[in-house]
Ligand binder design. Structure first.
Ligand SMILES: NC(=O)c1ccc[n+]([C@@H]2O[C@H](COP(=O)([O-])OP(=O)(O)OC[C@H]3O[C@@H](n4cnc5c(N)ncnc54)[C@H](OP(=O)(O)O)[C@@H]3O)[C@@H](O)[C@H]2O)c1
Length: 280
């Protein structure tokens, strides 16, 4: 098994965030989870991204336990769902996640969505979880600049991470610039836009200079912008492909031509209870 050869980002709380991990959304079968986790570990991946909403924290916890890799070498992220925020059940939610993940701490706990009227109170409770050592870093997901500014009015604790949809078809430059200039690391979900750019000729052409695929070029473009990526796959060959993005570098010209693919495309859907509240 490889040792971790994936670079880290240093977070504003002095913890390290791997630049690449495995997302496990929609993996609902233990055999698939076990195979995906095994392939990820064999390719140096140590970061695993789940959420209580995905209903697979227990599958991930079991697969990681069976892998035999010590907990201290792993990086586990999960997220608090909207319902628990509305109920104010932050502590109960994290305790259930810890139980399902078979661990006594999380590396990163995120507010999954900025639920209006709730997210600032949720944040104050997450600060307590961090102070108690149940979670090492706290962050947010799907937060706009306006949401981040609202948080800054009630708390001096700046989110360590904002996990947002980001890929060559949706560059998120303004939000990324805002986050990075305020010490908030950006992590890209749907970094492959769920496969939507894998057939783009320009990406395949750039990749041909390095013997890389369009998917690898898209992921490389993200990590070269200091954005952590969590592509999902259940196929060991693709998990390996998605991990092999640290042995080449795109030129400035190539980065700029990929920038031009931005069309503000969203591949992930907005939950019903958040529609109308977001200013994407
Ligand atoms: N915070 C949030 O609100 C939020 C929202 C969405 C997702 N996420 C997180 O982000 C992770 C990744 O996002 P995502 O799963 O939505 O989308 P994604 O990673 O952009 O794309 C996954 C899709 O691409 C395919 N794929 C994987 N590697 C490929 C490759 N090398 N070439 C071509 N196709 C490839 C996968 O198919 P196969 O599995 O068949 O290979 C799957 O259908 C999730 O798993 C989850 O952990 C967070």
């Amino acid at each position: 098994m490889f040792s971790n050869r994936i670079p880290n980002l240093l977070l504003n709380d002095d913890c390290a965030l791997p630049l690449s991990g495995l997302g496990v959304y929609k993996i609902s079968d233990f055999k698939d989870m076990k195979a995906a986790v095994q392939a990820a570990l064999e390719n140096g991946i140590r970061l695993f991204d789940t959420a209580s909403f995905y209903k697979n924290e227990d599958l991930l916890g079991d697969a990681l336990s069976e892998s035999g890799v010590p907990r201290s070498e792993l990086y586990l992220t999960t997220k608090i769902w909207n319902t628990a925020q509305r109920l104010g059940d932050i502590r109960g939610s994290v305790e259930r996640s810890l139980d399902r993940l078979r661990t006594d701490y999380l590396d990163l706990y995120l507010i999954h969505w900025p639920v209006p009227g709730c997210f600032t109170q949720t944040w104050k409770k997450m600060e307590e979880l961090k102070n108690e050592g149940l979670v090492r870093s706290i962050g947010v997901s799907n937060f706009s600049i306006r949401n981040l500014e609202a948080l800054s009015l009630v708390s001096d604790v700046v989110p360590a991470v904002n996990q947002i949809e980001c890929h060559p078809l949706n560059r998120q430059q303004e939000l990324t610039d805002y986050c990075q200039s305020h010490g908030i690391a950006v992590q890209a979900y749907a970094p492959l836009a769920r496969g939507s750019y894998c057939d783009r000729a320009i990406l395949a052409q750039i990749g041909s200079h390095y013997e890389k695929t369009a998917a690898q070029v898209g992921l490389r473009w993200l990590v070269q912008r200091q954005i952590s990526v969590i592509p999902k796959s259940t196929h060991p060959d693709r998990i390996r492909e998605n991990a092999e993005i640290f042995d080449f570098a795109l030129t400035e010209g190539e980065m700029s031509s990929i920038d031009l693919l931005d069309e503000g495309f969203h591949s992930a859907s907005i939950p019903d209870d958040m529609i109308g509240f977001l200013n994407h």
